[in-house]
Design a protein around this ligand. Structure first.
Ligand SMILES: [Fe+2]
Ligand SMILES: [Fe+2]
Length: 219
């Protein structure tokens, strides 16, 4: 059984042969529960029984999809089959793509000016230029738990250590510039993220970071 990596945040991980890097998905077993990415369809198959066991029969209410890519959402149909009332939270671009693929489940678009609050969840969204044709995906910070899901933002850090300590200000300078060539959009995202102040960075690939507080960490 997967162990929590931070509070009630559970990480599922697989070494993806085709991508040649670790791919992580996360269940935040809050009330209501939310999943950050499904992984590929094969990952979704082995993750779902574990999610069911962790939630003890409670339904998974939300699925967050940062952008339309197989490691982010390849398993979305398998998830929806298991949880028919699942609400997908994603970018406007992926919302349109899902409709085009014939998805008929509920979809909410994450808006940077409109946080989503539901029970223990307090979700804030950030524009993240990560979709095809240089369109915007989204990132998410849950203020309830302090968890920030960073998707591919720090993808070049592919070391296999699971969790390390670090300062948010330093982490921000590790943004993978190769995956975000638009300097203006990258600077805008960094500025927005300075205010995120997470307690834990749940990375889509590589290492996760427990954010330090105090004199050498966050104020
Ligand atoms: Fe990606
Ligand atoms: Fe990714």
């Amino acid at each position: 059984m997967t162990q929590p990596v931070y509070g009630n945040l559970y990480q599922f991980s697989e070494m993806s042969g085709r991508m040649n890097m670790p791919v992580h998905q996360y269940l935040l077993a809050a009330d209501p529960a939310i999943m950050f990415s499904t992984g590929t369809s094969s990952q979704a198959e082995w993750i779902l029984p574990q999610i069911e066991a962790i939630l003890g029969g409670r339904p998974l209410k939300y699925l967050f999809i940062s952008h339309m890519e197989s490691d982010e959402c390849g398993g979305y149909r398998i998830f929806q089959k298991k949880y028919p009332k699942l609400v997908i939270i994603t970018s406007p671009f992926t919302a349109r793509e899902l409709a085009g693929f014939g998805y008929r489940g509920k979809v909410v678009t994450g808006d940077e000016n409109r946080p989503l609050t539901d029970g223990q969840l307090s979700l804030r969204f950030f524009i993240y230029p990560s979709e095809v044709h240089l369109q915007n995906g989204i990132l998410v910070m849950d203020r309830g738990s302090g968890v920030f899901y960073s998707s591919d933002l720090f993808a070049r850090d592919t070391s296999d250590g699971r969790v390390r300590d670090g300062r948010w200000e330093d982490i921000l300078h590790n943004i993978d510039t190769a995956l975000m060539p638009d300097e203006r959009k990258r600077q805008a995202l960094m500025k927005d993220l300075e205010t995120a102040d997470p307690g834990f960075v749940a990375s889509g690939h590589g290492v996760c970071v427990r954010c330090l507080r105090g004199r050498n960490g966050r104020k």
